[in-house]
Design a protein around this ligand. Structure first.
Ligand SMILES: *Cc1c(COP(=O)(O)O)cnc(C)c1O
Length: 363
């Protein structure tokens, strides 16, 4: 069986070594030494000033919205995982969807200004599949209209734009370290900012607002992670270059195989100046019918690609209905993420490409 992804598991002995340390110290959670060590390593690797390890990527977005004290309308992308939209609604803000750029599937910056109203307070966009949003254009629009910018960077671990770590763009970036992500801590996430005032707020907010044992800075929530999760991160971290390298090799193998078989699928185009992380391998078919036929044929061979991301988020039952976003609807109906993980054999890639080529001959 080949799934769309497979979690990276480090050698068990390495994890056990960390467990022995936890047993010795008896310090299981609440900012233990492993959490501190992982935070510092990731902060340096991603090149940001403030880095907060939290218990998942969804609470990271929720705390980001709280830390910026956002209300009213938040302009966002319909093409992302559901957590991008649900976090906005959960924090009692209104998601306002702007269509995506058909070239790279991130929010179409040229359409943002038309969606701004007096109630707009922020833009929350996703570097979907690790592809950077139009960060320069978004920065200019935000400055002009005094809006805050949050990037859901859940897919963008290790991505750089114009030589700069992608987490440096916007007021706050968030990450997910869920087991299915490229770098993971089983469950986990992070909030990053270069702004000292925001960093200060986020530090308190993720720990119930505690300022010492008996004093409180203000309102907070439980965003903390544990030593066990940090230990997994510390085991995966030394492998990150190898993980990134293997994903690149496998993605290029897909490119070559699809090209040789003259398979007619569309691939997102990276912006100029992107150092990419090969987080996913999405392909867009000519029609949803083609996609479903390819999926069924792959499933028959015990291969399970995923419809990331479907449906388009502006059709969720809890958002205001009626808006039409033709690019997002069209891409989400036709895009399939093919299996991609560090130990996927190139032979499996060839088999997947051959099945797709065969199906498309008759569709
Ligand atoms: C995975 C993901 C999240 C949520 O992260 P969790 O750690 O699962 O809470 C948010 N946004 C995007 C784009 C994601 O892919």
């Amino acid at each position: 069986m080949i799934n769309v992804t497979k979690s990276f598991l480090p050698p068990l002995e390495e994890y056990v070594k960390y467990l022995e340390g936890i047993w010795e110290r008896g310090h299981l959670t609440n900012h233990g030494p492993l959490v501190n060590e992982l935070e510092e390593k990731l902060r340096l690797f991603l090149g940001v000033k403030h880095f907060f390890f939290v218990n998942n990527g969804t609470i990271a977005i929720q705390i980001a919205i709280k830390a910026l004290d956002l209300r009213g309308e938040i302009i966002t992308t319909p093409f992302s995982y559901v957590a991008t939209t649900s976090s906005i609604a959960w924090e009692n803000c209104t998601p306002v969807f702007v269509d995506i750029d058909p070239a790279n599937f991130t929010i179409d910056a040229s359409k943002i200004e038309a969606a701004i109203t007096p109630a707009t307070t922020a833009i929350l966009a996703t570097h979907v599949y690790g592809i950077p949003c139009a960060v320069k254009e978004i920065e200019a629009i935000a400055a002009k209209h005094k809006l805050k910018v949050i990037y859901d960077a859940a897919h963008a671990f290790g991505v750089k734009q114009d030589g700069k770590g992608i987490m440096n763009y916007g007021d706050i970036s968030t990450l997910s370290f869920h087991a299915t992500k490229l770098f993971h801590t089983v469950e986990g996430g992070a909030i990053m900012t270069n702004d000292d005032t925001l960093g200060h707020r986020i530090g308190y907010m993720r720990n119930f607002g505690h300022k010492g044992q008996e004093d409180f800075w203000g309102i907070g929530i439980n965003g903390k992670s544990s030593e066990f999760h940090a230990a997994m991160g510390l085991c995966v971290f030394p492998q990150i270059e190898a993980i990134l390298e293997s994903r690149k090799t496998l993605s290029l193998a897909y490119d070559q195989c699809l090209d040789e078989l003259k398979v007619n699928v569309k691939r997102p185009r990276l912006p100029k100046g992107t150092h990419y992380n090969y987080a996913y391998y999405p392909v867009v078919f000519e029609s949803e019918k083609q996609l479903l036929s390819v999926r069924d044929n792959l499933n028959a061979a015990y291969i399970y690609p995923r419809r990331y991301f479907y449906p388009s988020l502006h059709t969720l039952p809890y958002v205001k209905p009626g808006i039409v976003l033709s690019e997002a609807e069209s891409v989400s109906a036709r895009v399939l993420c093919l299996p991609l993980y560090h130990e996927l054999p190139v032979d499996s890639i060839k088999k997947i490409c051959h099945i797709i080529a065969e199906v498309l001959k008759y569709e």
